[in-house]
Write a protein that binds this ligand. Structure first.
Ligand code: MIG
Length: 801
């Protein structure tokens, strides 16, 4: 809260009555007697933007979060007026704006039910110290309302009763409820009476959200500067809210290369070269699949970005090539701090070109990080971003590095209060010069963006791969991310689960945790359980601080190694399934992981669930989150599900006990699903995929499954060279019909499918492929019930006896 006595003196200020209304196409503005203007922009039938100024003049309308590719347009817009309010009507929403004080209430246009209503609505306090306002909004909580989202907050899914701060912060060994941590995603979804809406508060200043914490029936949000500027996004399906938010702030600009969805191995630090080679060789020797190996800060010369330690890595180009020949992509860390050193070309150039951040009165922003005293590029300057992007030429184009890891980009500064830049540091903010108060939350995002631009340019024709620690809404367009410096404890396994789900429902699906924990050391059991969870996270990497014992899959004895291998192998088998989920995310903004509330908001049981989640659209997973467990109770969402290991069918809508010894975990597959699988490979591309396995889970009824594939890297898919298979499954008592619709011009390497049936209630008698009857024996694999058949069919009938 604001403790400044001067502020308290004047206190909250409120808009007064409307004296002027103007309509300019889809932009409606309402001016009050005391000079407040509310501008409502109808972006879509279900998306309204609300923006307020208290000075009669709006800021330049600029946002790092909103993508220029966001959809626009609506079917219907009508504004009417009566005695006490204006009414904006679209095909989805009715929004009333009070003539007395600008307070709004929003209703569902179909059934006229109340969705969201201002309490005090917009109000503000003048900020004497910094100028401008502390801008505030409060809304009345509806009966039974719950709240979800907000990025990486390490708390239970349902945010009700809690208050949060958004200020991107380096948070070594954070814990449950630590707030704020690395990311600022000021977007939440609310749910009441089975209907969901979302609010995206696009304000980069330090901001706060209160979900019925301060007052039991009130939700509110406010920021220490800037405009009250928020988007109201209506569902009523939560998945539509999340998709629309993701459309607004952007989907990934490109698909990741398939290898990026493989398993990654990291530690602080693998060096020298011989150590790196030992690790990679061990993966191949033990036949544990792995696609990427990371070099942390010790690969550099005195922590100078874009240099290599001559002692530890005398010939990086050769090493990177040798690793690549063995299937390993090399990923290196790059931090924002540039060492003050006149003999260091990056520093000299940055200085000469005036690219480093400065304090208010002119001196450089000097801060201590790993290299010692550093200056920091102003990534909010487009010219600096271009320069930064070009610095990757040698690393990527010449040496062959395939991915870059951006760390410390909160920005983190050592040994100072606040652990970051002071507030007075100046930023370009793409031509909207401002202080660090406004730029802080986007600094890391803009660094990752510049890095992405470099990778995109110099990796071509391959796709770029970037991973960032800090983020603001919209960062998902450029990069993947991890959840920062967690700890090797069981509670952190839980936190990782929550954070990955939360990031996914906050539009940022390419996320994972440091598997096993960054700080301290897991025992084998914790590591194995964490791998089991990690293989279901879109980004899958083991990382540790390296100042305790080893944390490779083989570091805990052969029993654990075998469990870890088994699950990483499963990840590789499921790659086409995950790739398809990623494609749906990149294409439509559908989150890759779905918390149960997002999966089925109509079942009230899901509103408080935390552990179970749906991976893609048809696999339900739930980690084991404590020691010595041989299983657990978990909630199965409504519907019928196959136990992945036993094929036993369970009915959802209830909590059940599920066995899961250390070499297992609860995994279920939705009935009717067709799950695509690749053969186990030690790295993506090790094998040519000669056959696509399709695991078909019987259902009496219909279900649709899809498989997206392309060349696994490169940009041909954008030109239509992809392969999308849509399978329509219809199950009857004694028959299965599978219709395949194929689109895209990519020709997959395999020619055949291997169909494997689960839960088939009948014995197969004959098979009809595109109206031609073929005896079962001709297609069947020796002794089994699986079929080998051409990938070209359009309609398949499996007829039982
Ligand atoms: O101050 O580069 O979160 O993943 O290994 C610590 C060393 C800096 C923090 C990152 C961590 C990384 C470590 N870094």
């Amino acid at each position: 809260m604001i403790l400044n006595t001067e502020l308290e003196y004047k206190g909250n200020l409120f808009p007064t009555k409307i004296i002027k209304y103007e309509k300019n196409l889809n932009v409606l503005s309402f001016t009050t007697e005391n000079g407040v203007i509310l501008e409502v922009t109808v972006r879509r039938d279900s998306i309204l933007r609300f923006r307020f100024t208290t000075t009669g003049i709006f800021d330049n309308d600029f946002s790092y979060a909103i993508t220029k590719y966001a959809s626009r347009g609506y079917n219907h817009l009508e504004v009417t007026e009566d005695d006490d309010h204006y009414t904006i009507t679209t095909s989805k929403l009715i929004c009333n704006i009070s003539k007395l004080d600008l307070r709004t209430s929003i209703y569902d246009a179909k059934d006229k039910s109340l969705i969201c209503e201002d309490e005090l609505g917009f109000h503000w306090e003048e900020s004497y110290e910094f100028g401008g306002d502390v801008v505030k909004m409060s809304k009345t909580a509806q009966p039974g309302e719950s709240y979800y989202g907000l990025g990486d907050k390490p708390v239970d899914n349902n945010l009700k009763g809690k208050r949060f701060e958004n200020w991107v912060t380096d948070s070594y060994a954070y814990g449950r409820d630590t707030d704020p941590i690395y990311k600022t995603i000021p977007f939440y979804t609310a749910l009441h009476n089975k209907k969901s809406y979302g609010i995206f508060f696009d304000n980069t200043f330090r901001s706060y959200f209160d979900f019925c914490h301060e007052r039991r029936n009130i939700s509110s949000f406010w920021a220490h500067g800037g405009e009250m500027n928020y988007y109201f996004i209506y569902g009523p399906d939560m998945s539509d809210v999340v998709m629309n938010y993701t459309d607004l702030t952007g989907k990934p600009h490109a698909m990741p290369a398939l290898w990026a969805l493989g398993y990654h191995q990291c530690k602080w630090s693998y060096y020298p070269e011989s150590n790196v080679k030992e690790i990679t060789a061990k993966f191949r020797e033990l036949q544990i699949p792995c696609d990427a190996i990371y070099l942390d800060i010790d690969y550099m010369e005195g922590f100078r970005c874009f240099t290599w330690s001559k002692q530890y890595f005398p010939d990086p180009k050769r090493m990177v090539k040798e690793l690549a020949d063995d299937g390993f992509k090399t990923i290196v860390i790059i931090d924002p701090g540039i060492k003050i050193d006149m003999d260091y070309s990056v520093f000299k150039e940055g200085l000469e070109k005036d690219y480093f951040c400065k304090r208010a009165d002119g001196p450089y922003m000097k801060g201590k990080v790993w290299p010692g005293e550093c200056y920091f590029p102003d990534f909010t300057n487009p010219e600096v971003r271009e320069w930064w992007a070009d610095l990757f030429k040698e690393l990527v184009e010449d040496i062959g590095v395939r991915g870059v890891w951006n760390d410390m980009n909160e920005p983190a500064v050592m040994d100072v209060p606040g652990k970051t830049f002071p507030n007075d540091v100046r930023h370009d903010y793409d031509g909207n010069q401002c202080s660090h108060r406004k730029a802080h939350n986007v600094y890391g995002m803009q660094m990752a963006r510049a890095t992405y631009q470099g990778l995109k340019k110099f990796s071509y024709p391959n796709r770029p791969f970037v991973i960032t620690r800090a983020a603001y809404s919209g960062t998902q367009r450029y990069t993947s991310s991890w959840t920062g410096d967690n700890v090797a404890t069981w509670d952190h396994l839980n936190i990782a689960n929550l954070q990955a789900q939360r990031m996914c429902m906050s539009g940022f699906s390419f996320i994972g945790s440091d598997i096993g924990g960054f700080a301290e050391q897991p025992n084998g059991e914790l590591y194995a359980r964490w791998i089991q969870l990690g293989i279901f996270h879109p980004f899958c990497r083991t990382h540790s601080s390296g100042d305790h014992g080893d944390q490779e899959p083989w570091a805990f004895g052969t029993t654990i190694t075998d469990v870890v291998r088994k699950f990483i192998e499963l990840r590789y088998q499921l790659l086409p399934y995950l790739y398809t989920a990623f494609w749906k995310y990149a294409e439509e903004g559908i989150p890759i992981l779905k918390s149960l509330v997002l999966y089925d908001q109509y079942d009230a049981q899901t509103h408080y669930r935390n552990d179970e989640f749906v991976f893609g659209e048809q696999i339900l997973a739930c980690p084991i989150t404590g020691p010595n467990l041989k299983g657990r109770r978990m909630y199965i969402p409504i519907g019928k599900w196959f136990n992945f290991w036993t094929d036993e069918v369970v009915s959802g809508g209830q909590e059940i006990w599920v066995d899961a010894d250390l070499d297992s975990m609860p995994i279920f597959v939705k009935e009717g699903a067709i799950i695509p699988k690749y053969p186990i490979q030690q790295y993506v591309g090790e094998k040519t995929v000669e056959e696509l396995t399709l695991d078909v889970y019987y259902k009496e009824g219909n279900e649709i499954s899809e498989v997206y594939e392309d060349a696994t890297d490169g940009y041909d898919y954008i030109k239509g060279r992809y392969s999308l298979r849509n399978f329509k499954f219809q199950g009857k008592e004694k028959e299965i019909i599978i219709q395949q619709h194929k689109s895209g011009k990519y020709i997959t390497t395999y020619k055949t499918f291997r169909l494997h049936f689960h839960g088939l209630p009948f014995k197969i008698k004959e098979i009809e492929i595109d109206n031609v009857i073929i005896p079962f024996e001709e297609l069947r694999f020796k002794g089994g019930t699986s079929l080998k058949l051409t990938k070209e069919f359009t309609e398949l009938h499996i007829i039982g006896e």
